[in-house]
Design a protein around this ligand. Structure first.
Ligand SMILES: [Fe+2]
Ligand SMILES: [Fe+2]
Length: 167
C-alpha cells in the first residue's frame, strides 16, 4: 500500500537515525568538555529525533511495509563546538527541505496522512534549526566566554552538590 510513501518514510528514518547518532556523538564530546548546556541540547534533540523515527515507523508498518534501520550517513567526527553547531543546523535545514518536498509527493500520490506527518516534522526540524542557529549566534557574540561560562556553571553546581564547598 502506498509503496512510494514507504520509500520516502524509510528515507526519513535513515536521516533521523543519522541525526540521533550524530547528535549523541556531539553530546558525548560536549559533556566530556564540561559544556552542559550544549550537551543537554544535543541529547534532548537526539531523543526528539528518536520519537520522529517512532512516528515514521508506525506509519510504515500501517502501510504494511518494514522499517529499514540503517542510518543515511556515518557520524562525522567533529569535536569543535562551532563545527558541531554548523553541522547540526545544516542537517536540520536539509531535513526540513526534504520533508517539505516529500509531503508534496505524498499528497500527489493521495496519501494525506503521510503528507501530514511530513508537514508536522518540517515544523519540528525548523524549530531544531532555530535552536542551533541561536547557539551559533551566542558563540559568535560571546566567543570563548560562552563556553567558559558553561564550564564554570558545571563546577559551581558540582561544588554545591558536594556540600556547598564552592560557596
Ligand atoms: Fe527529525
Ligand atoms: Fe531535527
Amino acid at each position: 500500500m502506498h509503496e512510494k510513501s514507504q520509500v520516502l518514510l524509510n528515507k526519513a528514518v535513515a536521516d533521523e537515525l543519522h541525526a540521533v547518532h550524530q547528535y549523541m556523538y556531539f553530546h558525548f564530546h560536549c559533556d566530556d568538555q564540561g559544556y552542559d548546556l550544549l550537551a543537554n541540547l544535543f541529547k534532548k534533540t537526539a531523543i526528539e529525533e528518536m520519537i520522529h523515527i517512532e512516528k515514521l515507523s508506525d506509519r510504515i508498518l500501517f502501510l504494511k511495509g518494514d522499517v529499514e534501520m540503517a542510518p543515511a550517513f556515518p557520524v562525522e567526527k567533529i569535536r569543535d563546538v562551532k563545527g558541531m553547531l554548523k553541522k547540526a543546523a545544516q542537517m536540520e535545514h536539509e531535513s526540513a527541505k526534504e520533508y517539505n518536498l516529500w509531503a508534496n509527493e505524498c499528497s500527489a500520490n493521495a496519501d494525506s496522512v503521510s503528507k501530514q506527518l511530513f508537514e508536522s516534522l518540517v515544523a519540528e526540524e525548523e524549530r531544531h534549526f532555530d535552536q542551533y542557529d541561536t547557539e551559533t549566534d551566542n558563540l559568535e557574540k560571546f566567543g570563548d566566554r560562552y563556553l567558559a561560562l558553561q564550564s564554570i556553571e558545571r563546577s559551581k553546581t558540582r561544588g554545591t552538590a558536594a556540600g556547598g564547598a564552592a560557596e
